[in-house]
Design a binder for this molecule. Structure first.
Ligand code: FAD
Ligand code: NAI
Length: 477
């Protein structure tokens, strides 16, 4: 490490924002270090942050395992595949998840070596300034000090706790606990019907838990297209998720074997529910503990986010911040793209992140995905639009898959036909949404999509048909 000191760029945090920023900075020729404190069993580093260790990757691993189990139990029979004595080995499922996580941790360490990024294991704390260089103290195990002209803060986020219900990760679980439940709970409570609540609730419901989700807001998935949210609520309810909207939690009591939740339902009536485990997923808060923000005068906003301008510049010269620790959606791909853009700006280039085309995906079954504006947002803004939908029940590939729930919707400007949004619920829409993102980035019209050849039979034909539906000329519906 010493021969590369002082560094041109130091990134604090090795999550998707930080590690990608470090790789991009190194590609641009900067002597780059990345500091990260995540540690796995045995004291080894575990690069990848929340996303890799207790977020995107392990949740998708468990969603896949539980989906396979659910398909084997409920869907295989119609294919003529009979399975006797179907069972789930939770310990094995969790071990596989850990293996998937480990492969991603190791993959990032490999990418650092390949790109000549210096990795430093430990917590980075701003120590001060030496000329035009920032000095950063690093705690154990590295226990060293490094300096750099440019610093990128990518320290991420932590789960928000429910007042009066501290996480113990035995009965009251945060995202890390929800991803490591050692047995299938008979009664699983979830507070918050957001992304984590729906994904984790789905995992354990598929494995046999009775799942009750308690959501404070009176509307379900308010950020999604209304028709998508309506279909999602219908499907999740049909699958057995008991989703209670408009609730106010009034108390949580944790016992040795169970946890009791007192709440008021939407009508204001007092209710009590007892669960074996309770997942609390009510959003996340920016994480800056131990960063030494106050010491160097790094400005945080009223909610604890590092304050940045549109280009991720903080109030300190040559100090940038990206990802969950700054404003904007808490998504891995948003963090990554901010990291790339900042590295390019440091190099004098014009990195840019288009917040209007950041896709959202919820990896439930059916999957939910969207990009751009919803119809309700456009109505509120007084924008004239046309929209077209196409159901998967009319798509040949979906029928062959045996997965015909849901639809794709394209929303386009009524005057110019420019695509303003794509909203989908159904099979593999997590993959289909990329077409909507590309179309919007290139300023495509719905007619452009309608005129593009899509392979047959594919789910992507539903996107083309939705584009045709904008002009009321679907061919297969
Ligand atoms: P993080 O990933 O939080 O990484 C920050 C890193 O910095 C951590 O390793 C932390 O230990 C380290 N750190 C903090 N302070 C210091 C310090 N002072 N010194 C050294 N190291 C430090 N997003 C998606 O886009 N798709 C998904 O499917 C998805 N699924 C999710 C599922 C769950 C259960 C959760 C909780 C989140 C999910 N997310 C998903 C969100 C995603 O994980 C975050 O948006 C993303 O991880 C943010 O990246 P980041 O780099 O900003 O921060
Ligand atoms: P979230 O913001 O998605 O959902 C939180 C939900 O909890 C909201 O519906 C909110 O109204 C509700 N809530 C808040 N306080 C409450 C209370 N006191 N009682 C009952 N309900 C309450 O947050 P979540 O699910 O914790 O996830 C955090 C973030 O992680 C997400 O915003 C998302 O950015 C990211 N994530 C992304 C995923 C993806 O991209 N597929 C998957 C999982 C997480």
């Amino acid at each position: 490490m010493a021969d590369r000191q002082p560094f041109d760029v130091v990134v604090i945090g090795g999550g998707p924002g930080g590690y990608v920023a470090a790789i991009r900075a190194a590609q641009l020729g900067f002597a780059t270090a990345c500091i990260d404190d995540w540690t796995r069993e045995g004291g080894k580093p575990a690069l990848g942050g929340t996303c890799t260790n207790v977020g995107c990757i392990p949740s998708k691993a468990l969603l896949q395992s539980s989906e396979n189990y659910a398909l084997a139990g409920h869907a295989f029979a119609e294919h003529g595949i009979d399975i006797d004595g179907l069972s789930i080995d939770v310990a094995k499922m969790l071990a596989r998840k850990n293996k998937v996580v480990g492969a991603n941790n190791d993959g990032i360490a490999y990418l650092f070596r390949k790109n000549k990024v210096t990795f430093v294991h430990g917590r980075g704390t701003f120590a001060g300034k030496d000329g035009d260089r920032w000095t950063i103290d690093i705690g154990a195990p590295a226990a060293t000090t490094i300096s750099a002209r440019n610093v990128i803060i990518a320290t991420g986020s932590a789960p928000r706790a429910l007042p009066g219900a501290a996480y113990d990760n035995v009965r009251v679980l945060d995202n890390a606990g929800a991803l490591a439940i050692p047995d299938v709970p008979k009664r699983l409570g979830v507070v918050g019907a957001g992304v984590i609540g729906l994904e984790m609730g789905s995992v354990w419901r598929r494995l046999g838990s009775e799942v009750t989700i308690l959501e404070a807001l009176p509307t379900f998935l308010g950020a999604a297209d209304e028709a998508v949210a309506k279909e999602a609520l219908k499907q999740f309810t049909k699958q057995g998720l008991a989703i209670k909207l408009g609730v106010t939690i009034t108390g949580v009591k944790t016992g040795t074997d169970a946890v009791t939740v007192d709440y008021k339902d939407a009508s204001g009536n007092a209710q009590t529910a007892t669960f074996d485990r309770l997942i609390v997923s009510i959003g996340r808060v920016p994480f800056t503990n131990g960063l030494g923000a106050a010491k160097v005068g790094l400005k945080l906003d009223g909610r604890g986010f590092v304050e940045v301008d549109a280009e991720c510049r903080t109030n300190l010269p040559n100090v940038y911040a990206i990802g969950d620790v700054v404003r904007g959606p808490m998504l891995a791909h948003k963090a990554e793209d901010e990291g790339i853009a900042v590295a390019e700006r440091i190099a004098g280039q014009h990195g840019h992140v288009d917040f209007n085309t950041i896709p959202w995906v919820i990896y439930t079954s059916p999957e939910i995905a969207w990009v751009g504006m919803t119809e309700q947002q456009l109505r509120a803004d007084g924008v004239a639009f046309r929209s077209g939908s196409f159901p998967f029940s009319a798509n040949g590939r979906a029928r062959a898959l045996g997965d015909t729930v849901g639809f794709v919707k394209i929303v386009a400007d009524a005057h110019t036909d420019r695509i303003l949004g794509m909203h989908a619920i159904g099979p593999w829409v997590s993959e289909l949404i990329a077409e909507g993102v590309v179309a919007m980035e290139f300023g495509a019209s719905s007619e452009d999509i309608a005129r593009i050849v899509h392979a047959h039979p594919t789910l992507s034909e539903a996107t083309r048909e939705a584009a045709l539906a904008v002009d009321k000329r679907t061919l297969n519906f």
